[in-house]
Structure formats: structure tokens, C-alpha cells
Design a protein around this ligand. Structure first.
Ligand SMILES: Nc1ncnc2c1ncn2[C@@H]1O[C@H](COP(=O)(O)OP(=O)(O)OP(=O)(O)O)[C@@H](O)[C@H]1O
Ligand SMILES: O=P(O)(O)OC[C@H]1O[C@H](OP(=O)(O)OP(=O)(O)O)[C@H](O)[C@@H]1O
Ligand SMILES: [Mg+2]
Length: 299
């Protein structure tokens, strides 16, 4: 099938150079990353095998990579921004700056060992620890002054103890199901509370104008997912309490209503607490309390 090529266009002058963006090509982060970029108005990949998609309209070039490689390309400047996991970026050792926490792909990173054994982190001294994130583990052990052997595996780490390859593991924990399935129990604090993040190189103090615009668009979609818009009718004498309950970002919008005894109030509120807030507004005496989704925003 002929490769989709962007319509013929004049070569872009330097000032219109494409922004180069790294996106996970598959795995735990890829679908949600693609959805956020699509909601932000960027061109979706039509063929999952395509590793390079040009979005001419937005002057952006997408490169689809393994998530563990993204931070390396971005830190080196071959790519301008990228989406990866906080833990993957930390393990890569690449010098990157986290611009936006994307609100998906959340996980912890834990030590774990057979559930019928009592383990402490200090007990790792002299032991063999299997992991796919060797640098993350090496840094943690060094900070604790613990000397242990790190067995680097590419994945499926949980089975390594059963195979006699390791005494304990250090791995990503999402639901915890994989650990339970293999008779393992996590111990010690999380080495990294991770989620998908939008990163840029640490080589420059500020992002370029084009990167800043891309960051704002993605941030706008993420905020839109994390907030809802609340509208309600408020008795005039309760306005101070209303403003306290729904302060908005700078301030709530207050509008007069046909009936001078009432005011219309509008404010953005965090999605996770909006239901109980609506209960409080109702108890307070507000009426016609409406919650609506926000597709995207700019602050
Ligand atoms: N339940 C989960 N399973 C795997 N990764 C998860 C999970 N929850 C969150 N993540 C995050 O997803 C990222 C890992 O994604 P992914 O597993 O696709 O990468 P990978 O391990 O390099 O690829 P692959 O699994 O195909 O080898 C990490 O940032 C990890 O914290
Ligand atoms: O706590 P859970 O929800 O069970 O998820 C965590 C598991 O998922 C990931 O593995 P993945 O599926 O990425 O395979 P991999 O280990 O080969 O990377 C991770 O490495 C853990 O094994
Ligand atoms: Mg994985």
C-alpha cells in the first residue's frame, strides 16, 4: 500500500522547522498517549507499524519509539519533546525535564520477594536483585549504602526468583496482580511513583517557542481531563460561601440573573472532588447545579 505522504509543499524555512516529538510506539503508554495527542488536535497514526508520521498542518513530526528509548533521544536533542514513563526516564539517566504529568500509566516501583519470606530493604545486602530498571535500583542501593548484585533482565522479571536467577526483584507495580500471581510480596517504599510524562531536554533553560506551544496544547487536554466546569444558581446572600466552595482558578465567574435575588456562578473544579462539592452546593441552597466536561483549555 503506497505510503501516505503529506501533500506536496514548499520546503519549510528554518523558522518553520518541524517540531520533533517522540511517542511510545506500543505497550502500556501508547494508546493513552495517542488519545491525548489526537484530542490536542494532532494527526493520528493510521498504521501501527509506521514509526514516523508528519503532521504538516501543525508543523510537527512524530517518531514512534520504545518508551524506554524516548528520554535518550530527547536529552541528546535529536527529538525536541517526548512522552514516556517517569520511571523509564529516571532509569535512562538522560538529562530531561518533566514538563507535564499526563495523568495515566501510574505505577510504583518496588522491591519484592517470596511472600513466605520476611524481607527488609537492608536485607538486600549481598543478595541478587533482578530488574529491568538497573540504574534506578543501582542509585537506590547506593543511596542506602547497600551492596547487592543487580541481575539485568529485559522483562518478565517476576519469574526470575523461581528460576534461581535472583533472590529478590525490583519492578513496576500497577495493580499488584503479577506479584500475587507469582507468590511475591512487595517490601520497602516505592523507589519511583511513576506516570506518563511529557519531557524535554535539560540542555536548554526554556523550551523553544514551538515546543512551548506543543506543551501548552497537551497541558490543556490534561487539565481538561482533571477538571470539570460547574455552573449553578446561587442565592445572592450566599455568594461569599459559594466563592469559598468554588474559588475557580483565578476567581469564579459571577453573572446577574433576571431575578435579582439570584446570581449565576461558573467555576472550574477538580474532577475527583466535584461530586461531593455538588452535594455541598445543594445543601447550601444552590440550584440548577451543572457539571460539564472540558475538552481542552489554555491557562
Ligand atoms: N501495569 C503496568 N504494566 C506495565 N507498565 C506499566 C503499568 N502501569 C504503568 N506502567 C508504566 O508503563 C511504562 C512501561 O511501559 P511498557 O511496559 O510498555 O514499556 P516496556 O516495559 O519498555 O515495554 P514492554 O513491556 O513491551 O517490554 C513504565 O513507565 C511503567 O511505569
Ligand atoms: O502490577 P501489575 O498490574 O500486574 O503490572 C505490573 C507488571 O506489568 C509490567 O510488565 P509488562 O506487562 O510491561 O511486561 P514486561 O515485564 O515484560 O515489561 C511490569 O513489568 C510488571 O510485570
Ligand atoms: Mg513492560
Amino acid at each position: 500500500m503506497p505510503r501516505e505522504t503529506p501533500e506536496a509543499r514548499e520546503p519549510l524555512e528554518e523558522s518553520l522547522a518541524m517540531l520533533r516529538v517522540a511517542v511510545p510506539n506500543k505497550g502500556a503508554l501508547s494508546e493513552a498517549a495517542a488519545a491525548i495527542l489526537s484530542e490536542a488536535g494532532y494527526r493520528r497514526r493510521s498504521d501501527p507499524k509506521d514509526l514516523n508520521v508528519i503532521d504538516v498542518a501543525n508543523e510537527v513530526e512524530f517518531y514512534f519509539l520504545r518508551p524506554k528509548d524516548v528520554a535518550i533521544y530527547v536529552a541528546a536533542g535529536q527529538l525536541d519533546v517526548g512522552i514516556t514513563g517517569r520511571d523509564l526516564a529516571a532509569d535512562s539517566g538522560a538529562e530531561v525535564i518533566e514538563e507535564v504529568a499526563l495523568g495515566f500509566g501510574s505505577s510504583t516501583f518496588r522491591y519484592a520477594a517470596p511472600s513466605d519470606e520476611q524481607w527488609t530493604v537492608e536485607g538486600l545486602e549481598g543478595k541478587r536483585i533482578a530488574t529491568s530498571y538497573p540504574n534506578l535500583v543501582r542509585r537506590d542501593l547506593a543511596e542506602r549504602g547497600i551492596d547487592a548484585e543487580i541481575i539485568r533482565l529485559d522483562g518478565a522479571v517476576e519469574i526470575s526468583i523461581q528460576l534461581g536467577v535472583a533472590d529478590a526483584i525490583a519492578d513496576v507495580v500497577g495493580s499488584g496482580r503479577t506479584l500475587r500471581l507469582h507468590g511475591l510480596t512487595a517490601f520497602g517504599e516505592s523507589l519511583c511513583d511513576s506516570e506518563a510524562v511529557l519531557i524535554r531536554t535539560a540542555a536548554t533553560a526554556q523550551p523553544s517557542k514551538y515546543a512551548a506551544r506543543f506543551i501548552k496544547r497537551v497541558q490543556g487536554v490534561v487539565f481538561g481531563q482533571q477538571y470539570v466546569m460547574i455552573d449553578y444558581d446561587c442565592p445572592k446572600e450566599l455568594l461569599d460561601l459559594a466563592v469559598e466552595l468554588t474559588p475557580g482558578l483565578e476567581s469564579p465567574t459571577i453573572s446577574p440573573m433576571a431575578d435579582p435575588a439570584w446570581l449565576a456562578v461558573r467555576a472550574m473544579v477538580p474532577r475527583k472532588s466535584h461530586q461531593q462539592l455538588m452535594d455541598e452546593l445543594s445543601d447550601m441552597g444552590a440550584r440548577a447545579i451543572l457539571a460539564s466536561d472540558i475538552r481542552s483549555c489554555r491557562f
